[in-house]
Design a protein around this ligand. Structure first.
Ligand SMILES: *Cc1c(COP(=O)(O)O)cnc(C)c1O
Ligand code: SF4
Length: 340
């Protein structure tokens, strides 16, 4: 069996996506977790649905309620607490929503919300309360987005975001990218996605063909928070993307109980690089309602990064950043070096 068969012999990605686990009872049963977690998992999944695709489920250690992958998806009692300072729109994105589906905050790049759908529902997601239903990119809205980009020569990069933009079928992506290629001042297409990590078979021959043959330079920013997320299938998907000339980066979120240790962050950077991906951002947590239990203080985050910096080559240290509404770029948190 060749390495590419590792991915190709499995189900089509749409099937895997539609069969993702949505029931807390099923999740607990499959992972041999205590029934005592069920009542709260049911209540919290009413606030934000549970969704775990099978390839991700396979990487969770059965019987371990503290598994770092499980904690990203399991609805907990803590989500039901309202804590002041934790809000439903921490990034105040509503203000930069110039067209339905388009967010233009930073010079030179616009972010498009292609869909509200994701392959997984991450409990800490800062978009867990986002009004996706008001941001449908139908044919009319798409034309309006194209007009907006066309009219601003300063825009050189389009970012496909979501939700997860790779939840959109290849045929539609092909059409959208072809439309964008007609705008002469666009140079780059960036895709912010968790799908190649969650469902590696999403990296279809057609997607590779679209990206490889685009006039636009393509960048893919994956989202992986822990090295256990990166298995052989994910590595193979990344290898195919790189072979299609896609620049591969990763962004992660610093999360209590999941990756707030030097050892875990170091292993993440090294595993990403082994797979062909450079770390880009490590975001401190956004204060979103229902996820305060993941929060880590800035001082602790900076101390961790300072230690991490002492362990890794500079290119494997992600930038510690946060998004502050009303600023013209992400805000970097200072990280000091330590005396020898
Ligand atoms: C984060 C973000 C970007 C991308 O910022 P980079 O620093 O270039 O990665 C662009 N637009 C919006 C609205 C964003 O939130
Ligand atoms: S994949 Fe991204 S957008 Fe979707 S739930 Fe997770 S963090 Fe949120």
């Amino acid at each position: 069996m060749s390495r590419s068969d590792v991915i190709q012999q499995t189900l089509p990605w749409q099937k895997v996506l539609s069969q993702a686990i949505a029931s807390p009872a099923e999740l607990l049963q499959q992972l041999q977790l205590p029934q005592s977690l069920l009542a709260d998992a049911n209540i919290s999944s009413e606030l934000f649905a549970l969704r775990v695709p099978e390839p991700f489920l396979r990487r969770i250690r059965p019987g371990d309620p503290n598994d770092p992958l499980l904690l990203q998806v399991l609805p907990l009692q803590a989500e039901q607490q309202k804590i002041s300072g934790y809000v439903t729109d921490p990034l105040q994105e509503a203000d930069a929503n110039h067209r339905d589906g388009l967010i233009h905050k930073y010079n030179g790049r616009v972010l498009l919300i292609l869909t509200g759908a994701c392959a997984i529902n991450c409990r800490y997601c800062f978009r867990r309360h986002f009004p996706y239903q008001d941001n449908r990119l139908g044919p009319e809205q798409w034309q309006s987005v194209l007009d907006y980009i066309e009219a601003d020569q300063g825009i050189s990069e389009v970012i496909f975001s979501g939700g997860d933009p790779l939840a959109v079928p290849d045929s539609r992506l092909r059409k959208m990218i072809a439309d964008l290629e007609q705008i002469p001042h666009l140079r780059r297409l960036r895709i912010h996605t968790r799908l190649p990590v969650m469902i590696p078979q999403r990296v279809t021959p057609e997607l590779l063909d679209i990206l490889q043959n685009s006039r636009l330079k393509t960048v893919m920013v994956l989202h992986s928070n822990h090295a256990n997320e990166i298995d052989d299938e994910v590595r193979e998907a990344i290898r195919l993307l790189r072979r299609a000339d896609v620049q591969m980066l990763n962004q992660a979120v610093l999360l209590r109980g999941i990756n707030n240790s030097v050892a875990v962050l170091k292993t993440l950077s090294e595993s990403l690089f082994d797979a062909g991906v450079l770390p880009y951002y490590l975001f401190v947590f956004d204060p979103v309602e229902g996820a305060a239990h993941f929060d880590i203080s800035d001082a602790d985050a900076q101390r961790l990064m300072s230690q991490l910096q002492g362990e890794l080559p500079g290119y494997l240290v992600p930038k510690l950043a946060r998004e502050i509404p009303g600023r013209n770029a992400k805000t970097l948190l200072p990280v000091d070096s330590q005396p020898l």
